[in-house]
Structure formats: structure tokens, C-alpha cells
Design a protein around this ligand. Sequence first.
Ligand code: ZN
Length: 512
Amino acid sequence: MEKPKLTIDEMAVFCKRKGFVYPSAEIYGGIAGFYDFGHLGVELKNNIKKEWWKTFVQQRDDVVGIDGSIITNPNVWKASGHVDGFTDVIVDCKKCGSRFRGDTLIEDKLKIPTAGMPLDEIAEKLKGHRIKCQKCGSELSEPKKFNLMFSTNVGPVQGSVAYLRPETAQIIFADFKLVQENARLKLPFGIAQIGKSFRNEISPREFLFRMREFEQMELEYFVHPEKQDECIFIEEVSDYELNVLSAEMQKNKKNMGKLTIRQCLSKKIIRTKWHAYWLASMHKWFVELGANPEHFRIRQHVKDELSHYALDTWDLEYEFPFGWRELQGLSNRTDFDLKQHMEHSKADLSLFDEESKKKILPHVICEPSQGVERAFLVFLFDAYSYDKARENVVLRLHPKLAPVKIGIFPLVSNKADVVKKARGVYDELKQRWACTFDLSGSIGRRYARADETGIYATVTIDFESLEDDSVTIRSRDTTEQIRVKISELKDVLTKFMEGEKLGKLGKSVGVK
Ligand SMILES: [Zn+2]
């Protein structure tokens, strides 16, 4: 089996052709940085969100969820520092007016990292290396700061500026006290949210990787300030192994190494157990849903990259066709955000500590925040394969993620009783799973279409089915086929979706 690496552009073409993702309103030429999800895309996206919510909220008694509004009181963004500091550096072409990000121009030309580089240094480098307009080669303007928040007016009054939220985290901090009280949460605990965020990126690129409107799955995890290393769950992940690239390794130009969480902690590569626990948990979530662990690594931020508020930051990264890129940043934000909101709102956000009988301000030990669309790309890249024998693309998505789980095919489309019987099977199975009913084209063609869109199993109804009430189930991944009674179909499919081998669930009738 060969797995050619798709480029990101080829993935965009595949997504459009198969109905996963389209440029937004393409009949008008689209709009950069915005995408619409088609039928299969919205199903896949919903499945990703559902699995994340199940794992990190519903199956934990230390995490609760919220759904905050997209536009909120603008003072939230003053307190968080976004109004003053959420900026990129831009330069304009003096002749053609094209606009560029100063740091990307430097990265592309000088091949050096620019994270955390201040405005004057960017200006100096652009000038010093005579960097010109990428489009027409003319002179560039002085670089200036550009705020990435989308602003709007609330109500009919001009000047009542509000913002589309650039991240979901701040709503969690603003609602922190109410949520804690309502859910009677005791430290350590987390608050999670899935929702849209908006960033007016200067040059959105790489398809779904950098968008202007996107969705986040975010978790803020709060701990007692004096109990930052008392992670009660650490044993669950101690032996978990992953690719690690520490700040030290980067400094000494070393390659990443494979380490267990236990080793990372004993060698003090990761500073707190909580941080290690969440890094492993997020990594594990991807792998358990079928992603390839070799395509992942955790990378520590080097000193220049660290945000002003962060004590230590690790990124969970994935090897995209265009290089290693961040999937989520997990930083130790300390009590920075709660402090800022206390100061600006004058509300008391501290908690009463029963043990010390004192008021304390919790620390955010970790904020695993995952872009839904980036996860979407990861699962598609790892699932996409070209099967030489089948001469066809097979999208090997995990059954929990597959947009459509089962295809129901009458073998022939011109025999009313076969079609009717197949309809009956479809009507029953659709009660439990996302199913599709397909009777157009040869059976081979229908299998190929199903494989390409990730349909996990197909059920074929033929002339024999009319006589003995049996049907054929075919596996997308192995093309193995078994014959089972319709009365057993639901049971067999349930076990197959849960990972049992198809051959063990019925009478094998070969591979097709
Ligand atoms: Zn130009």
C-alpha cells in the first residue's frame, strides 16, 4: 500500500470535489480566509467536536462546559490585552499597494525565526536586507502594527465599538466565578468551550490552516497556586511515549527524541506534572481516533517565543506537507488572566480555600486549545491513502469520525423487490447511524465512491436476500466480505464499529 503525500492544495481540491469544504460563496469568487463546509465536511466536523466534548467534558467530573457569546462587552478585550497588543506587523507596497506581514517577509527571505521579534527590529531587518514587494518588486512602506480583531458596532449608534471574539478563552475567564459557583467546582477543575473565533489575518494561507473565521475547542484548567505539581491523574499517562523537542534540544540543534512522560518529568524537560498530563492527553486523543503518532511531536517554546504571561509553553505539533506546525499551544498562564479581569472589572474572582482559610486566585496550569479545522486537516491527511489494487482513494477515517458510517446498496437497481428490501434495511439502520442509500452505477463503482468518502461499511442486498434474509457486509479497509442475517445486522455492525474483525462476525465470502 502506497501513501503519496498530498500537498495542501491537492487536499483542498479533494475536499471540494468530494463535498467536504468549499471556498465561501465561490460563485462570487469566494473570500480569502473563509470556507464553507459541505455535507460530508459538516458531518466530519461535528463528529470531531462530539468526540472532543465527550472525552474532555462529559467523561470527566472535573470539567464543565459553557457556550459564550461571540460578541461580548468590549472591556473584556481591554482587560485581556487584545485591544492594545493583539497585533501583527504590516508593510505596504508603495507602488501597487499590496500588504504583507513584516515577519513572514523576513522568515521567507532570511530563513530565520521571527517569533517575538519587536517592531523596530523588523523594520531594521526589512531595510537592512532591502526586502522589496513580493508582487512588483517596488519599495515597501515603514512597518506598522495592525490589530487582528474584527470590530463592529452594536445597536444603531456609531462609535459603540465591539469586537468579534479573537479567542474563546477570555469568555471562560469572564464567566469564571459564576460557573464555579453554579457547578460547585473545587480545585483543580476545568472549564471548556467549543465555538467560533475570528482573526483578521493579513495573509490567510494553507487552506484550513490559517483562516479568518474558525472554530476552537478550548479548555482552561485551574489549579491551587501552591499545588501546581499535585497532578492526581499523572499515573494514567506516565508510560505514554511521544516525540519530544525541548527548548534545550532546539538550542543545541538536536533532533527530537522519543520519551515517555515519566522520563520528561524525571529529566525536568517538562516542568509540571499537570502540563505533562495535558500534553499527553491531547496527543492521545488524536491517536485514539486514528491519527498516526509518528506525525506528532511536542515542542517547547524557546525563550523568544514565550508570551508575556506564560511561564512555560509547549506546542503539540503535526507534520503537515508544508512542515511541522502548531496544532495547539499549551501554556502555563499563571493567574495572569484572572488578575487582569479582577483589576478591570473590580469583581472578586478569588476562591475561598477551606484548608488555609484564605482567599486564593487559581492558576491556569494549562490551556489546551485546539482549532477544529486543524484537527479536521490532521484526520484527513492521516486517513487519505491511495490503494493501488483498487486503483482508488480510500479514506481510512476512524469509524467514530467517518461522516457516513454505512452505505446500503441494492445489487441491482431495476428489480423492485430487491430495492424495496434494501430500503427496509436502510430505514432500520439509519435510526442508529449516519447512512446513505445508493443505487446508481455498478456495484464496483458504488464501492469505490464509498471508499473515497470514508464510509466504514457497506451492506449489499441481492437476489439471495429475498430468499433467505441474508445480506453482504463489506469492510472499507480490507474489502473483506461476510454474509449475515438481517436480524443480526445491527449487532454485527455495532461490534464491527467497535473494532472487532469483520471475519470473526459472520461467514466469510472473500475479498472484493
Ligand atoms: Zn508592489
